[in-house]
Structures are given as C-alpha cells and as structure tokens.
Design a binder for this molecule. Sequence first.
Ligand SMILES: Cc1ncc(COP(=O)(O)O)c(C=O)c1O
Length: 390
Amino acid sequence: VRLNPNVVATELPPLLELTATAERLAAEGRDVIRLDQGAVDVPPPPAFAARLVARLADPDVHEYAPDPGLPELRTALARHGHEAFGAAWDPAEELIVTAGANQAAFAAILALAGPGDEVLLPAPWYFNHAMALTAIGARPVPLRTDPDRGFVPTPDAVAAAITPRTRGLVLVNPNNPTGVRYPDHVVRQVTELVVAEGLWILADQTYHELAFEGGAALSPAAVPGADRNVVTVGSFSKSLGLAGWRVGFLAGPAELVRQVLKVQDSSVICAPRAAQVGLLAALPDARAHAAKVRTLLSERRDRLMTALRDVGLDGFAEPRGGLFLFLALPGHTDDWAFCRRLLEREWVAAVPGATFGPGGGGSIRISFGSTPADRLAEAARRLARAVGRL
Ligand SMILES: Cc1ncc(COP(=O)(O)O)c(C=O)c1O
C-alpha cells in the first residue's frame, strides 16, 4: 500500500521501549522510580465522580454531545477562561470543548497550516506539536533557546526566523520539556511582533494554572489587539487530574473556530460527553484544586532541585511551572544510552532530551509530577551514581 509520505516521515519517539522496560523491572520487584511520565498523581475534585455517578443512569450521558461541546459547559469555560487566562471568549462562537489539549492543538494546526508552511517552535520542543506539523506536510522550524538564558526565546530570534513561508508560532507556557515560564514582557513582545507580521500564535496553556513564582503567565490571547491572531488550547489533564477523560478546550477567533469544527466533526465528533458532564460539576472548584496541585508541585520542585545540587548536578534552569526539569548531563551527549543504563542499573526512568528535538540532546527530562519528594531525593542520588559512571 502507498502511505502518506508526510505521516511516514513523522517520527514517533521510541518511548514505548523505556516504558516497557520500566514496567518489566517493576514487575520483577525492582524499586523503580518513574520520572518519565508527564502525569500528576492528584485525583480529580470529588465533584467530578459524584456528578457522573449520579448521572450514569440518564440515557443522554451516553450519547454524542453537540460538536462544539455542551452549551452550559462552554459558558462555564468562558467564565473560567476569563478568570484564569484573562481572556474574553464568546462561548457561542469562540470556544469549543475538545478531547484534550492535544486534539485541540492538532485541529488548530490542521486549520492554520498546510503543506510547505513553516511554523516556529522554541526548541527543545513538545514533540507532539512537531509531529502534527510534519504529518500535515508543514515544517516545524526550531527556534533554539539557550539553557543559560533559561530557555526563553528572544523576540529578536523570532523576528530573524520569519520567512515568507512562516505562518505562525507555537508557545508552550509554562513549558514542556524545559519547565520555563516565559516572562510576561517576552510574551507581550513576541505576540505583538507576530500580530504585526500577520501570523498566528498557537498558545498551548496546558500548564497555565501550574505556574509557580510570579503567578499565572500572561496569555497571548490577553495581549491587547491580539485576539484575532491567537488560538489558545487548554487542558484539564494535569490541573484537575483528568488525563484519561480526554477533555480540554480550544478558544480563538470565530472564523478559525468554525474551521476547527470541521476537523472536530470529522475526527472525534465531540469530546466525550461523560467527561463534559463531570467537568461541569468540577469547574467551580477548578482554581482551588489547581492551587493545591501547584503547591504540591512547587514543593517537589524545590526538593528535587536541592537534592540535585547536593549531588553536584546543577545543569538545569529552575522550573517555574508545570512538572518538568530539564537536566544537562555533564560531558555527555548520548542521552538515549544514558537513559537505558539509568533504568537498567539504577531503576530510574527519565526521558532522553533528544526526544524533544533540536537542543534537547545531552539532557534528560525529569518529571516531578507523580513522585513524592523523598523519592525524588533518592532518584537524585541514583542519577549522580549513573552520571559518575559515564
Ligand atoms: C504542552 C502539552 N500540550 C498538550 C498536552 C496534552 O494534554 P491533553 O491531555 O489535554 O491532551 C501535554 C501533555 O503532556 C503537554 O505537555
């Protein structure tokens, strides 16, 4: 059979191998520490399950929802968007419920870019965005960021990377994999630049509610004059612990949302209705819940940083939000070989930095989302042993 060459050229990071090894070692009784998974071990607010249990006998819960999502949920999400993101979205035309932020980002990318288009991504990047662009025949263009400058892209670098083929820019803030929270003035300058060039921004704000110091970052959608050029995707996978329920949102100008609905209808039709019903009940508690998750994560971040520094591993920019720390391996470039050895010999699972595109090699991504603080300290000791053996 003839396959779509763009999809064939799209690389799926070979992480299944690491996951399978971690699971095998755990099944053999090894004391495995999982720093590879971008997950948070905090269960969702009780209102989520309570509402679902109460509604499961209702026939409508098992049916399709309207393509853009339940109207009452969209109204509630627009309110949430205003409070948490500082953005004003019309729930009737500018906001839809999606099957998570990833589906939202894919739908947005398909609606905004086509074959031959270039899209700028600060790198190291979140590989799913690069994969989506490659799969549709567009080109992810890395904007290399400097670890010594905290992985923050400069407006000058953005300006220099723009070509006649450039269509847009993706901003993940706070960032996966680097943990950086871009300073508001950088978000503002970059957004203004992109708007002035007539390009679009895909703002992936999966970790927006999990920013530590300085509070929530500026949303590109909240920059005056930018609302027609910005599409925002949001997630409840981490802030509300709903990863398996596949529910998130996309918000942007009405003319874009109308196009995205075609992608939505022809792919998932709608986000799972049961998840929408539960989310509607959980949303009033969402900000307080996210604050609890944020406090827990920042405590773990602190403990992890201290433990790493104590063992002499200080090649990282302080994470300012989300779940990730990006650690440079001193004098080492083959991060895949390192991660395999780290897992086989020290029973610590972490993700090789090369997975995250240009600039990622020679580092590893550590998730502190689902590992208690004392285990993070133990992981740091094992990491130091593995590095010492390089
Ligand atoms: C930057 C980023 N976007 C999107 C997602 C996926 O979110 P969701 O579960 O809402 O699809 C993740 C998950 O790790 C992420 O890190």
